[in-house]
Design a protein. Structure first.
Length: 280
């Protein structure tokens, strides 16, 4: 979609896969990326529309304390779509767009203005309890959850302290319950956008190809294309290559410098090497 933002005509996404987290959005990103009529950026979860209106102070804090590389400048954002062909439909997948729906929708309207009504929104939902467990296991795998017992992590005093510690961080860090409170999140998108399609995680697991082709149909691209849907991306659980996984996911000194020498596909292989049936 060509959008005039601050007097500059720019190619921007025509559709968004907005979440929910731990519900298959990473796999959908790569399945959609395979279609020749669709362009998905190399980086999944760019997150621009979550952070566009975030204060510079909070941005610096997030990048420093959470080792996040945030995209909050427009020129940096559009750079992710420069390789898109004029014949391709651009999309972006970010599960944080559902959880942070207020900021995301507000920022989408700022950038797209009246064109936001033409956007297509894809939502995929998972049983909240299963989603929370998967989120917990992912954080355990990546060393971001010190508590070993899931029940212990959900105790009010522990859970509330985690939320308080992360107060002000618009990324839902460790909010196992809140991320799965879908009603207001989904309702906001249904009210604000004309073309919203909702899918279920269980259906994605049961018949992946059928769901992906339904998304193709929703987007208006050829349904005859058959993507490789055998691989499932960003599974939770404990990596079989613990040393490599720790190197990729933990925040140690010189990590960012050294990681720059590891190809993107290799990092993905390390991160997803555990062949579980759990999608993200």
């Amino acid at each position: 979609m060509i959008v005039d933002y601050n007097g500059k005509l720019t190619k921007l996404p025509y559709f968004f896969v907005v979440g929910a987290a731990r519900s298959g959005t990473t796999s959908l990103h790569y399945y959609l990326k395979q279609h020749p009529q669709i362009f998905m950026p190399e980086r999944k979860e760019i997150g621009f529309f979550r952070f566009l209106s975030t204060s510079s102070q909070l941005i610096r804090m997030l990048e420093t304390t959470r080792s996040l590389k945030l995209v909050y400048k427009f020129d940096d954002y559009i750079g992710h779509f420069e390789k898109a062909l004029d014949t391709q439909m651009i999309g972006e997948a970010n599960p944080g767009y559902l959880y942070a729906y207020k900021d995301t929708i507000k920022n989408i309207k700022v950038v797209y203005r009246e064109n936001y009504k033409n956007l297509k929104i894809i939502i995929i939902l998972r049983n909240p309890a299963d989603r929370a467990w998967s989120d917990f296991m992912l954080r355990r795998r990546d060393g971001r959850e010190p508590i070993e017992n899931f029940k212990e992590a959900l105790k009010p005093e522990v859970y509330n302290k985690r939320l308080e510690d992360n107060k002000g961080f618009p990324v839902g860090l460790g909010d196992y319950i809140g991320i799965g409170m879908y009603y207001e999140q989904v309702d906001a998108y249904l009210r604000e956008f004309q073309d919203v399609k909702i899918f279920l995680y269980d259906d994605l697991c049961r018949d992946t190809l059928k769901v992906v082709r339904e998304i193709y149909s929703f987007l208006g691209v050829s349904e005859g294309f058959t993507p490789d849907v055998k691989k499932r991306y960003n599974t939770s659980g404990e990596s079989k290559v613990k040393l490599l996984n720790t190197f990729v996911t933990h925040n140690y000194r010189m990590k960012d410098f050294l990681k720059s020498f590891i190809p993107f596909k290799m990092k993905e292989l390390i991160r997803h090497i555990n062949p579980l049936t759990d999608y993200k």
